[in-house]
Design a protein around this ligand. Structure first.
Ligand SMILES: [Zn+2]
Length: 246
């Protein structure tokens, strides 16, 4: 298991909860010394255009503080996907998040759809034919859903509030895929906005994904950070998820 991280993710690029000071420090602290950290290069505009419209790219470019960090976040998701293709699981500890970024617009603290770009890039390069994207953030990833609307090669699944382990297990059992990508949002946590998921639940979700990946797609799996806003518990819950996923 590798953690993909860049020191520039400490920069406060906006005044929203995903960009809040101290969030990345809190998330990274329990992972340091446990997992190897690797630094991603920034993504290119060409990578962004795999999913987004030129006008959306231009909109983000005009947000001078956001744009360079958003390119690093996409680069982090891409790096994690590349590590996964080598058979090693990876977690992109990145911000801004991405699952509310549609091809032509974005909201909810998102700018570029990190996970969608990473998956689309693997497909366009001929490295995979099919993928599933599992999302356990509190919020539905409308951007990811929109990015792959009408496509049969990429299926997006937002886990329900209850029975999510059974739902995840059934979903992964019944689909075929070459990689499992995960939008890992931690705002469903018991002590976060959702008040739903315990530390053990995150470990179990990770474990179910690992088992299916090992059985069905040569172990190829990667996850990217989406939401998660209680700094007191974010790192602990990420660590539990990675213990299951790894
Ligand atoms: Zn969320």
């Amino acid at each position: 298991m590798k953690v993909v991280f860049h020191e520039r993710f400490h920069e406060v690029y906006a005044s929203d909860p995903a960009a809040a000071p101290g969030r990345m420090e809190a998330a990274a602290a329990p992972l340091r010394g446990v997992y190897e950290f690797v630094e991603p290069p920034p993504a290119s505009d060409e990578d962004v255009l795999l999913v987004h419209t030129p006008s959306h790219l231009d909109y983000v470019k005009r947000l001078a503080k956001v744009y360079p960090i958003a390119l690093l976040a996409v680069g982090g998701a891409i790096k994690a996907s590349e590590i996964a293709m080598e058979g090693e699981p990876a977690f992109a500890l990145i911000r801004p998040p991405g699952h509310h970024a549609s091809p032509g617009s974005s909201w909810g603290f998102c700018y570029f759809n990190n996970v969608a770009i990473a998956v689309e890039r693997l497909i366009r390069r001929g490295l995979i034919k099919r993928a599933v994207i599992v999302d356990f953030d509190l919020h539905f990833g409308d951007g990811t859903s929109e990015a792959f609307k009408g496509r049969s090669d990429v299926e997006y699944r937002h886990l329900p509030a209850t029975g999510f382990i059974e739902d995840l297990d059934a979903f992964l059992r019944l689909r075929s895929y070459d990689v499992i990508a995960v939008s890992a949002g931690f705002d469903r946590a018991l002590e976060d906005w959702g008040g739903l998921m315990k530390e053990e639940d995150y470990r179990e979700v990770g474990r179910v994904i690992r088992e299916h990946a090992e059985r069905r797609c040569a172990g190829r799996r990667f996850a990217v950070l989406e939401g998660g806003y209680n700094h007191e518990v974010l790192g602990r819950n990420i660590k539990a998820f990675l213990e299951g996923l790894g």
